[in-house]
Design a protein around this ligand. Structure first.
Ligand code: SAM
Length: 200
């Protein structure tokens, strides 16, 4: 269930960087919720990509809340340490890797630098409680999670995302996850090549 990798679905990450970030940068804080974050590959990929296109002052104001049901009870420790074995970091573009990783304590492990680590906080959270961990997010990203839910659960979770977003906030789903018909009035698409929407 927690299958993932760094820089998965680069097209969506780039759509966020190019079409969502300019809007988010006008706010004092950039609050992002990554729901179903697995062991940190997704929120850290987003953080690195945004770091590359934001000045240090802006980046200091980026906060990514990464949540997962985490049945293993191990994600908090793994994400806080952000030290990953060689086979997990293969897909990170070379320039980005060299700017943000250093050799870890253990042989064959590489650790993300503190600046990126500090931008992500993990919290254990079950989406099906339908109670968001916080509200007022500028962006909610939830990829490759909703496909495991039934139609009612999916719709209710998307409505919860709508409530948890700030006015004009954004929602990003995976490429193959279309918005259910019953939720189309809640969001407008902002790009044609990714499932990225703006709250109406
Ligand atoms: C396939 S991974 C997706 C990881 C990442 N978002 C991606 O797209 O690569 C699915 C994640 O959803 C989490 N998950 C499954 N059911 C959940 C629930 N009810 N609430 C929160 N997370 C859940 C799993 O623990 C797993 O880490």
């Amino acid at each position: 269930m927690a299958f993932t990798y760094f820089f998965r679905d680069l097209q969506t990450l780039e759509a966020i960087r190019d079409f969502v970030l300019p809007d988010l940068k006008t706010k004092q804080y950039i609050d992002i919720w990554d729901a179903g974050c697995a062991m940190g590959q997704e929120p850290y990929s987003l953080s690195m990509l945004l770091n590359e296109s934001m000045g240090h002052m802006y980046f200091r104001n980026l906060r990514i809340l990464a949540t997962d049901i985490d049945e293993s009870n191990r994600f908090e420790e793994i994400i806080a340490k952000a030290s990953y074995p060689e086979d997990l970091i293969q897909r990170i573009p070379k320039g980005i890797f060299s700017r943000h990783f250093t050799s870890g304590d253990e042989v064959g492990y590489y650790q993300l630098n503190e600046e990126i680590r500090k931008s992500v906080t993990f919290k254990k959270h079950d989406l099906l409680t339908l109670i968001p961990p916080e509200s007022g997010f500028g962006l909610i990203m939830c990829k490759n999670v909703l496909l495991h839910f039934n139609d009612d659960q999916r719709l209710n979770v998307i409505k919860m995302f709508h409530d948890a977003l700030a006015e004009g906030g954004f929602l990003a789903l995976e490429q193959t996850q279309k918005l259910p018909l019953e939720a189309k009035h809640l969001f407008e698409p902002i790009v044609s090549n990714a499932q990225v929407f703006k709250k109406i």
